[in-house]
Design a protein around this ligand. Structure first.
Ligand code: UTP
Length: 292
């Protein structure tokens, strides 16, 4: 079995829930403290050994390409102004040997459609790929969410997806699984439904935005029809994959923020601010003053 070396990050969505902020700035480039949301997911992928990041993007999101490619002019300008210490932050060592690929999704036909566009970037060597939805920000204490999936994939050679438990009223926002528990934190999936009603939901186990899927997912993506919201859904392709392969769910217990929603975005900002040694004391004082 080959190591997972490619990750797909779909970032072509319209970000309507964050308008007007996302009129000119891609949602994925909104900062959590001083780093764009997207960079947290990129770093999580690089940390498991990914060597190529495939962004599914749109022509309206030029800032994403600009952010991940080297900017010699800015580096020279920082040096001229005696601020060379900032160069590491705009051109991190971690990005040195990483290939950033940009694939345009011209029409937002859904997450399944976005992922299908990455097929041309894969070779026969790629037995599986990582998929990260950057809206979901995971703050791991130890092993990252994606690393846990990668370890499980290396152990089982099966597709693995991250799940967490959500309250009934949140189920209609997610893909929800029906599954049998196989260990403390893993399940074998039998069924997966995108955005079910509370009555339809087979469990409270919802898919969160990290996946390692075998390359067979691309055949499944070719078979699906528009589903929930009239969009081509990755969940429906995973349901098709279940007909031919085992798919494992791994329960994620660490902190996770849905930064595609205003509430999750603000919670993530507060949480990372309180974890940041440079500012946490002052932020805590401000919060205490606001609520007293
Ligand atoms: P979301 O539905 O959460 O993102 O898609 P969105 O469409 O940008 O947000 P709203 O609902 O309009 O506020 C999950 C992920 O899939 C990507 C999004 O960019 C996001 O990272 N996506 C979605 C695509 O790349 N293409 C699509 O056609 C749809």
């Amino acid at each position: 079995m080959k190591q997972v070396t490619k990750a797909i990050l779909p970032v072509a969505g319209l970000g309507t829930r964050f308008l007007p902020a996302t009129k000119a700035i891609p949602k994925e480039m909104l900062p959590i403290i001083d780093k764009p949301l997207l960079q947290y997911a990129v770093e999580e992928a690089i940390d498991i050994g990914v060597k190529e990041i495939i962004f599914i993007t749109s022509h309206a999101k030029k800032a994403i390409k600009k952010h991940f490619l080297q900017n010699k002019d800015l580096e020279e300008s920082l040096l001229r102004h005696g601020k060379g210490e900032y160069i590491q932050s705009i051109n991190p060592e971690k990005f040195k040997d990483i290939k950033f690929t940009f694939v345009d999704q011209n029409e937002q036909k859904g997450l399944g459609h976005a992922i299908s566009l990455a097929e041309k970037c894969l070779t026969e060597e790629d037995e599986a790929i990582a998929i990260l939805l950057p809206d979901d920000l995971f703050i791991a204490d130890g092993k990252s969410c994606l690393q846990t999936l990668a370890d499980l994939y290396n152990e089982t050679s099966s597709s693995v997806i991250a799940i967490n438990e959500v309250a009934d009223e949140k189920l209609p926002n997610y893909g929800v699984i029906d599954a049998t528990k196989i260990s403390d934190s893993t399940y074998e999936i039998h069924e997966i439904i995108e955005k079910p009603t509370i009555e339809e939901a087979p469990s409270n186990l919802a898919v969160c935005g990290r996946y390692i899927l075998t390359s067979a997912i691309f055949s499944s993506l070719k078979k699906i029809l528009p589903g929930s919201g009239g969009e081509l859904q990755l969940t429906d392709a995973i349901r098709d994959l279940l007909n031919s392969e085992k798919v494992i769910a791994s329960s994620y217990k660490g902190a996770k923020f849905d930064c595609g929603s205003k509430q999750g975005y603000v919670e993530a900002t507060i949480s990372l601010a309180l974890a940041n040694k440079d500012i946490n004391k002052d932020i805590l004082k401000s919060i205490q003053a606001l609520i007293s």
